[in-house]
Design a protein around this ligand. Structure first.
Ligand code: GRF
Length: 208
């Protein structure tokens, strides 16, 4: 059984995609043991509670310093004894100590085809605004391992989504979620549960 800790900050639709895939038996031998939110008011917390998943809030504003916040986050993760940590719309930088302790056991979903439209400050709607501004015809989503950099870890899976002439950042965001994010995130978790994901330096091989 692959024990997942899922970190969230917002709506939690990617968390929901995981819950649904587990409940529907699309992915097997996976259990979400804890959802950790960076905000007290994240709607994702309601989704977790509805699915009977234990939740914790580790909000930066509740801590006097960076160190005590990072310690609390590490403790909330460690306590859950996860095999894999999933960043599903988590808007806080993971401390280096956590990255190091969970090397190649933290994955993130990014709403673009990395290395396009990623890096510091490029998250949420901004990603889609930038894609439209640049006039790309194809965008998509990426699931990657998390390293010390920003969106720089080994890429596990990507899915392309066509940009339409009348797209706005909002319509593009919605289509990227529906057609790519909610598909490749559960799929990646399923492959990891089956021990089919191997990391070789910057490259990831999916075993058939
Ligand atoms: C998604 O677009 C995800 O790729 C990005 O933040 C958004 C989170 O959405 N990192 P949700 O909270 O899963 O609904």
């Amino acid at each position: 059984m692959l024990r997942l800790a899922v970190c969230v900050s917002g709506g939690g639709t990617n968390l929901q995609a995981l819950i649904d895939a587990i409940e529907a038996g699309v992915i097997n031998n996976v259990r979400i043991v804890r959802v950790i939110s960076s905000r007290h008011d994240a709607a994702a917390l309601e989704r977790a509670a509805k699915a009977g998943i234990e939740t914790r809030v580790v909000f930066r504003g509740d801590y006097s310093g960076k160190d005590s916040f990072e310690e609390a986050l590490k403790e909330a993760l460690d306590e859950a004894e996860p095999d894999l940590i999933v960043l599903a719309g988590y808007l806080t930088v993971i401390p280096a100590s956590v990255v190091d302790a969970y090397r190649n056991r933290i994955i993130n979903i990014h709403p673009a085809l990395i290395p396009s439209f990623c890096g510091k400050g490029c998250y949420g709607l901004k990603v889609h605004e930038e894609a439209l501004k640049r006039g790309v015809k194809v965008t998509g989503a990426t699931v990657h391992f998390v390293d010390e950099g920003c969106d720089s870890g080994p890429i596990i899976m990507q899915k392309a989504v066509a940009v339409q002439d009348d797209d706005t950042p909002e319509t593009l965001q919605k289509r990227v979620m529906e057609e790519a994010e909610w598909v490749i995130l559960p799929k990646t978790v399923g492959l990891i549960a089956e021990n089919r994901v191997e990391v070789h330096g910057d490259r990831v091989r999916i075993l058939s």
